[in-house]
Design a protein around this ligand. Structure first.
Ligand code: URA
Length: 438
């Protein structure tokens, strides 16, 4: 077998066998496939695509390229959740303790976000003492004992994905659906969950701007998961405006606590209940969607989801006092205000633009390895559909830098659009994709 023949086959639109894909990916790791060959192959995949069998084979080749976690010690089905990323997306912080309180076991390896705000690991690092550098044994034991653990993804997991992604980044081949789907799913497979619930976001603040592309990505990921015997369900959800009222790590942690206290914003609560219901079904904790949804609503209102959050924090070495005393999370930066420029209704609040404002404030990264300011962020007092009077408070930005605040306020002013009549509100959840949708 030769790498050049595999590149040529893909260039000519011919499907590759699992052996060929393994050969190519192994070669990338052991230096027999040169970077320039991998780059050419990526471009061939970009233009020729991959069928379901090839995408599954690539996923397995990437998953097999490094360490894999065996969660069978948990003694029950373990369900993972993944979001393709959005602005103000603090869902994981609410969802995991919520489903744990409802009896499901969840385990998640997470990265530091490259997006508009930090990732789950950044958010958790706001909590004093919280350890995300668990050893593999600690992670597995915690899932087995408490049904809930999150840790930072180690470089030993799917190393070939890291190599391929670095090449994609500099060869304009990131936005290829089979490459994205296999990259995401390889990490899910390597991290050991039996079932996977995906939140695939569509809109200006998402990786996939168009809904049709989000559906295609979801179907590709569901097909991969199912073909590798992992129950996989995806919800396609709106990311035209940020989720909830906060953007930025420390603010989002506080909003997650408020949500677990039953005082969360309607969109975040609804998304968590729907994703959570899918997780309970996938984990086999409930058989009927309605029953799962009701069970989760009760766990939110009776305080048990909040208690699961406290226990989770303590298990990972953090100070659970932050739940009731959020000031323990740190001293906020001064707030600067954005006021409504006219009377009317908010027609839209562009998530992509809010995301850019967040990066400017230092709450998110523009490139891998950037330092982020955990205390920087944005509070959105008005969102799409709200009625406003000229001079009403629309949003506040938090940063230590006057220059960053001024720039972010310009972005935010552009993000808000107005209408004289109440706008039609679009749904939060567009559709559900499972094995029957393929
Ligand atoms: N996230 C990933 O993990 N991989 C991709 O290719 C894109 C987004």
């Amino acid at each position: 077998m030769r790498a050049v023949d595999i590149i040529q086959k893909k260039r000519d639109g011919i499907s590759l066998s699992a052996e060929e894909i393994n050969f190519f990916i192994n070669g990338l790791q052991n230096g027999e496939t040169a970077d320039y060959q991998a780059a050419a192959w990526l471009m061939a995949v970009y233009f020729s695509g991959m069928d379901a069998a090839e995408t599954a084979a690539l996923t397995m080749a990437l998953a097999d390229s490094g360490e894999k976690i065996d969660l069978s010690a948990a003694g029950r089905k373990v369900v993972d959740k993944h979001s393709t990323g959005g602005v103000g997306d603090k869902t994981t912080l609410v969802l995991l303790p919520l489903v744990a309180a409802a009896g499901a076991a969840t385990a998640k390896l997470s990265g530091r976000g490259l997006g508009h705000t930090g990732g789950t690991i950044d958010k958790l690092s706001c909590i004093p003492g919280f350890r995300t550098d668990l050893s593999r044994e600690e992670f597995i034991n915690q899932v087995a004992e408490s049904g809930l653990a999150v840790m930072a993804q180690s470089p030993g997991l799917t190393p070939a994905d890291g190599m391929l992604y670095a090449l994609r980044d500099v060869t304009a081949t990131v936005d290829s659906i089979p490459l994205i789907a296999s990259s995401v799913m390889s990490k899910k497979i390597a991290s050991g969950a039996n079932a996977i619930v995906l939140d695939v976001k569509a809109g200006s603040g998402a990786f996939m701007k168009e809904r049709e592309n989000a559906v295609l990505l979801a179907k590709t990921m569901v097909a991969i998961g199912e073909s590798l015997n992992r129950r996989t369900i995806a919800l396609i959800t709106a990311m035209d405006q940020p989720l909830g009222h906060t953007v930025g790590n420390h603010l989002e942690v506080i909003e997650a606590f408020e949500t677990l206290k039953g005082q969360g914003p309607a969109d975040l609560v609804e998304l968590c209940l729907q994703l959570g219901a899918e997780m309970l079904l996938a984990a086999g904790v409930e058989r009927e969607y309605e029953a799962a949804y009701v069970r989760l609503s009760q766990k939110l209102s009776d305080g048990s989801a909040l208690e699961a959050m406290r226990q989770w924090i303590v298990r990972q070495g953090g100070d659970a006092g932050v739940v009731d005393e959020p000031q323990k999370l740190g001293v906020p930066h001064p707030a600067r205000e954005l006021l409504a420029s006219t009377d009317g209704y908010i027609l839209g609040l562009d998530a992509g633009m809010v995301g850019r404002a967040s990066v400017l404030l230092g709450a998110g990264r523009s490139k891998k390895g950037d330092e982020i300011d955990l205390m920087a962020g944005i509070r959105l007092n008005k969102k799409t559909g709200d009625m406003v009077r000229k001079g009403d408070l629309l949003a506040e930005v938090y940063t230590g830098s006057g220059e960053a605040a001024a720039g972010a306020l310009v972005y935010l002013a552009d993000a808000y659009t107005y209408s004289t009549v109440p706008p039609l509100l679009t749904p939060l959840i567009y559709e559900r994709v499972d094995r029957n949708s393929l």
